[in-house]
Write a new protein. Sequence first.
Length: 217
Amino acid sequence: MNGISVDINHLKKGEVSLGTSIMAVTYKDGVILGADSRTTTGTYIANRVTDKLTQIHDTIYCCRSGSAADTQAVADIVKYYLQMHASQLPPGETPTTKVAASVFQEICYTNKDGLTAGIICAGYDKKNKGSVYSIPIGGSIHQQEYAIAGSGSTFIYGWCDKNYKRDMERDECITFIKTALSEAIKWDGSSGGVVRMVLLTEKGVERLIFYPDEYQA
């Protein structure tokens, strides 16, 4: 078919796999999540501008890797649970990132045989400030200063380990994420498109987008 190979049997299952590069990093003022925007089905690019940064609550977001169908469903369920939880809290209090990550972990672990879902949950709350939790496929949970996942992450582990610094300034952290994801996109054929970021701080939510001509050397 014009030189493009499409796995029709895979498409019939209704499941689209996210070949992806996602990460979340704590910094001085809070936390920043970043992701590419390419969704692939085997070697076929199903979507070039996917938004893989999903809001779970006011200043709590998640990055998704694995099956798009699975991760979207899990994120919707966790968002619903947090809305119910928030309605039961005293006035002025909001759900913490730890609670959101724990709900992700419970769902992913309980259904580990039926899900292909890797999640990075990150956010800002008054109690814990900026925090990052990684919930890899299988449903374990790990609190980290920064987390990377997806097919592109295998190419940048060493670079991130060498260049990450605690309590980075805002612009320094943005540059760190942009550079890491640009390297992942460069080497991973399943990652590409634009680089999206979400900054979560005491002030709220700020979204950024970088086009290929802005992050490619």
